[in-house]
Design a protein around this ligand. Sequence first.
Ligand SMILES: Cc1ncc(C[n+]2csc(CCOP(=O)(O)OP(=O)(O)O)c2C)c(N)n1
Ligand SMILES: [Mg+2]
Length: 380
Amino acid sequence: MPRRTLEPRFSVEHLSILDSDGNIDAALEPDIAPDRLKELYRAMLLGRRLDERMVRLQRQGRIGTFAPIKGQEASQMGSVFTLRRTDWMVPSFRETAAMVWRGWPIEKLLQFFAGYVEGGQPAPDQHDLPVAIPVATQLPHAVGLAYAAQYRGDDVVVMAYFGDGATSEGDFHEALNFAGVWHVPVVFVCQNNQWAISVPLKKQTQARTIAQKALAYGVPGIQVDGNDVLAVYAASQEAVARARAGEGATLIECVTYRLGVHTTADDPTKYRSEEEVREWERKDPLTRFSEYLEKKNLLDEGLEQEVDEEIAAAVKRFEAYGPPDPLRMFDHVYADKPPHLAEQREELAARLRAGAEAGPAEPPASPPMRGQRKTSRWQN
Ligand SMILES: Cc1ncc(C[n+]2csc(CCOP(=O)(O)OP(=O)(O)O)c2C)c(N)n1
Ligand SMILES: [Mg+2]
């Protein structure tokens, strides 16, 4: 028997609309009202300025370790911008701009990165999951949300974020498989920022694109220029519309770059070159979009100051909270606390009491607990 071709050879599209100088491919330009374009730019700028401020806050010891988004503003905002409030957003740990857009107060995000339990709690009417640190674990959750919505007949779309590194995790593949089988309304947004901490994309996968990974699961995949907010918007709008129409999931690969550190506990000069960073700086999503808006006369004066004032006011509100209560880290892990955690909690409580009795001259009561690793929770 001769060999037969069962499937036609597949192809993966790459979408790009706005080039690095802000020039547009007019045939592909999405129809976005001027006020919405301004909103989009403001949210990207806020994301950038907040990011810079958070790095400074961390360096000053005012918040803990966090993962900057610099360079990924278009990937985040172009996609999340296409959701309705009633849709669901499922972040990983690098979606600050998207989360602020979804209504997370800035001070709450600062609380998250300063160790407050409240920082991880969405408002009751908010359709967002909290930050997920364990890589890719949020993806089966996103599919579960979409499956539940489909089962109940709710008109919602779920948008889930993750990085290039996450596509090597089993959770990613399981999520895509279920999404394909169940035709659930999920938009998977991969921010391919070229690095998973110090592991470059070429050591992460032998596949030519991440978008093509969807095809094995019967899910369409598209690659977009992730530094081109209009391309991300156009692809996301299409995927959201498909999901809403009951046509199932889509994987969007946003080709972008992490311009900053992986987290504030990382030093990228150890593993990547200055030239590479410079090259991507020339493709900065904010510069590109602002040039486009400038040509349309849609750039408002004083926007940067306005955004900085909004951030400064939020930092003030954040700093007005008392210190976080270390004992709360034992809450919400299990519905019923297992004995070893109850024991650890008691041990810490005793140490805190001893510290309080000894008065303020004592060192802070936070010695490593039994079994605790001395490394950061971000394993760099
Ligand atoms: C299951 C799991 N393994 C390892 C880690 C440590 N870790 C944190 S971020 C990261 C790399 C993630 O890379 P990628 O998915 O590309 O996302 P990016 O950080 O580039 O946004 C790793 C290995 C983790 N948090 N969870
Ligand atoms: Mg990455």
